[in-house]
Design a protein around this ligand. Structure first.
Ligand SMILES: [Ca+2]
Length: 286
């Protein structure tokens, strides 16, 4: 049986927000409209309202085969990918910049692969509700396993701790050796908590994350949880070929994959079972 994550909200239609952004909406109102704000946060501390950022596509990678992308990270000229087991198996893959997909490890269908990150030359792969954490070397050889006390969604790191989400409005810190949990930070926009932040990527001290089932990517401070900028990635659909667009049409095939190459400043964005990985840059709208 296929397992499908509980969806918090229907996908956001691109036309709606583009229209609002281009007419009477202020950038802050437009940024907030892109978020799935849930309940007011109990803390007295309020984050500054987020502003808008835009993504510009500079190129793309067409994959030799698709994957149910749950985690994506750039390392040494390759994209490392974790896949979930919807319609396939939980894999650790590499993808070359010309699209060749190679499977380094396969955990089968008993676990549901989730976020992935690379810290101290170890590739860490979360699973969703099985709560197993796999640790590989860069060639995909399994070195050890850890136990996550929570569900696993997005995963990144800050050079010291693993940083992950579980579908709720929290960012969790975990020890990379033991997965012992450290502090928890509430992810917020203004005074509201924001749930569903999925695949993560750390860039210049901030975390980028896509919000599950939407076309929004947020940028937030992992120390405070404050979202400072939001991007509407609906523009990706306007540059897709018909085949690429068709690969996103299933309700499961949502935006879910952010990697970053610090040497070039380029981001790599994709989604579950997408044929293409889009390359480009974010810029802040003033
Ligand atoms: Ca990532």
């Amino acid at each position: 049986m296929q397992r499908i994550k509980i969806k918090f909200m229907p996908p956001i239609g691109p036309a709606t927000f583009l229209c609002r952004v281009s007419s009477r909406w202020t950038p802050i109102a437009a940024a907030l409209a892109l978020l799935l704000v849930s309940v007011p946060h109990a803390s007295a501390q309020v984050c500054t309202d987020p502003t808008l950022m835009q993504f510009a596509v500079t190129g793309k990678i067409v994959r030799s085969r698709v994957g149910f992308t749950q985690g994506l990270e750039f390392r040494d000229g390759l994209l490392y990918e974790s896949t979930g087991n919807v319609g396939g198996t939980t894999q650790l893959n590499t993808i070359t910049l010309d699209g060749k997909v190679t499977t380094l490890a396969d955990q089968g269908r008993k676990v549901f692969g989730e976020g992935l990150t690379i810290l101290n030359d170890e590739v860490v792969q979360l699973t969703w509700q099985e709560r197993q954490v796999f640790v590989y070397d860069l060639s995909g050889k399994l070195k050890r396993q850890m136990r996550n006390p929570r569900d696993g969604w997005g995963l990144s790191h800050d050079g010291t701790s693993l940083l992950f989400t579980d579908g709720g409005p929290s960012l969790f810190y975990a020890d990379p050796k033991t997965f012992k949990l450290g502090k928890t930070v509430a992810i917020r926009a203004g005074k509201n908590e924001v749930a569903g932040v999925n695949e993560l990527e750390r860039v210049d001290g901030k975390l980028y994350g896509n919000i599950f089932t939407t076309r929004s990517i947020v940028r937030f401070d992992p120390a405070t949880g404050c979202i400072d900028a939001v991007a509407d990635l609906a523009m990706l659909w306007s540059v897709m070929t018909p085949d690429e667009r068709a690969s996103t049409n299933d309700t499961e095939n949502v935006l879910n994959g952010i990697a970053y190459d610090g040497a070039t400043g380029l981001f790599y964005l994709t989604g579950k079972r997408w044929r293409a990985i889009f390359i480009g840059r974010f810029r802040d709208l003033k």
